[in-house]
Design a protein around this ligand. Structure first.
Ligand code: ADP
Ligand code: ADP
Length: 234
């Protein structure tokens, strides 16, 4: 089983009388090449779940399997969560968070460079993504010279550049108009298929919700799968 699989994930903050069970039962599977939506009201546990999936915080219990590797298993965890976060998980946020004093290419090439890739190769990889994302003509620009939509596409390139098997996108279309929002989702779908990436999009953006073949709803720390047309795996 490839992609990402989560079974019975739980997260408790604090202990005793003041404990908060932010995640009670989370079960998800996202196959390589698939883009799924994750939807839930404020306080339902979305941020907590994203942080667990992104190895930013550790769950209290439950299992997470990435590709063939067990990452968490009922309190046990893989040793190097930092390396996992750097090399195997891509993040795309609502705001692009580009580094203002680096040009667009270096913003994207920085991550593979930090991971040890030669600079020329890292830049080449960034440019390849810019072609796919139709921002190649902006490669030498500074972030402040880009439109919001262009910045967001650069941020997507940064999320993809290490070719992580999983991408977590937190409200990636929130600031975009309908056309650009749908374009971003199209890009994520193309990229998912091209690089066999499993992509989870946290959103409440009504413009893009109909585009997901599968959606997980989270409510009060419990996930429910909404079955769509596109169910193609066990
Ligand atoms: P969402 O992102 O859907 O708004 P969160 O994951 O932020 O939900 O929060 C889920 C629940 O966990 C809420 O009740 C919230 O108050 C609580 N919570 C989140 N973070 C913490 C924390 N660091 N310490 C204690 N409780 C927290
Ligand atoms: P968001 O849903 O956008 O993350 P929140 O207000 O839920 O915004 O959370 C902001 C930050 O505060 C998060 O890091 C979250 O973990 C933390 N947090 C949320 N609720 C609590 C809480 N009850 N106690 C401590 N920290 C919390």
């Amino acid at each position: 089983a490839k992609g990402i699989r989560i079974q019975g994930l739980k997260k408790r903050y604090g202990s005793g009388d003041t404990a908060v069970d932010a995640l009670k039962t989370v079960d998800m599977h996202v196959a390589p090449g698939e883009v799924v939506g994750l939807i839930g009201p404020s306080g339902s546990g979305k941020s907590t779940l994203l942080k667990c999936l992104g190895a930013v915080i550790e769950p209290t219990a439950g299992k997470m399997i990435l590709g063939d590797d067990i990452i968490y298993d009922d309190g046990w965890k893989v040793k190097d969560l930092r390396a996992l976060r750097r090399d195997r998980i891509g993040f795309v946020f609502q705001a692009p968070y580009l580094i203002p004093f680096l040009d667009v290419t270096d913003n994207v090439a920085l991550l593979p460079m930090l991971a040890g890739m030669p600079n020329a190769e890292a830049r080449k990889r960034a440019i390849e993504l810019f072609k796919a994302l139709d921002v190649e003509h902006r490669a030498k620009a500074m972030p402040s010279q880009l439109s919001g939509g262009e910045q967001q596409r650069v941020a997507i390139a940064r999320g993809l550049v290490n070719r992580p098997p999983v991408i977590l996108a937190d409200e990636p279309t929130a600031p975009l108009d309908s056309e650009r929002a749908l374009a971003v989702i199209r890009i994520l779908n193309d990229m998912a298929q091209k690089f066999e990436t499993a992509i989870i999009v946290v959103t409440h953006d009504e413009k893009i919700i109909p585009t997901f073949k599968r959606i997980y709803h989270i409510r009060d720390g419990v996930t429910y799968e909404e079955e769509g047309e596109g169910r193609g795996f066990e």
